[in-house]
Design a protein around this ligand. Sequence first.
Ligand code: AMP
Length: 191
Amino acid sequence: MNVVIFGAPGSGKGTQSEKIIEKYGLLHISTGEVLRDHIARKTPVGQIAKTYISQGQLIPDSLMIRILEEIVDSEPKAKEGVILDGFPRTIPQAEALNRFMERRGDKIHHVIGLEVPEEELVERMLRRGQQTGRADDNPETITNRLKVYHESTTPLRDFYIKEGKYRQINGSGSVDEIFNSISEAIDKHNA
Ligand code: AMP
């Protein structure tokens, strides 16, 4: 089973991914974490990523798609199922992902859409910034990230609704309540 976890920045993708992995044993691929790791290791990709991330902009599609495909191809465990966290974020990324999965004789089964009111997203990111020191969780970058999300990423909702893969989840509430809704949606469609 391959899952995309989808939602605005601050919607709880990382937190819920951890729970989904525990229950369904999938390989977690977070493109944000991959990029932050490149930045920490000061690699050439990290140098490029840093400029975009610090401005709340998306890394160009061609580079992001190449990075994602290389990771999936290099992980033997990916064959048993992955959870993609933070990818795709644009229509070209989603189209590339469909082609890539098809080449592997595989597909995306579920897109878990975490829907959270905007005020709550901002509060959560500001709190995370204070608790973890994550550099892009500051008021100015948060505003840009939400703008980019509305412009470039929200069209994916309709894209995946048309494909019959979108599972709408209320992303407000406790971590366990949200996870229960996710499990129910996955199990219902797998049945
Ligand atoms: P995240 O941890 O998913 O919130 O990602 C943090 C930042 O990494 C984003 O604001 C983007 O700058 C960059 N990023 C992560 N995933 C992608 C992606 N699929 N496409 C473009 N940029 C990305």
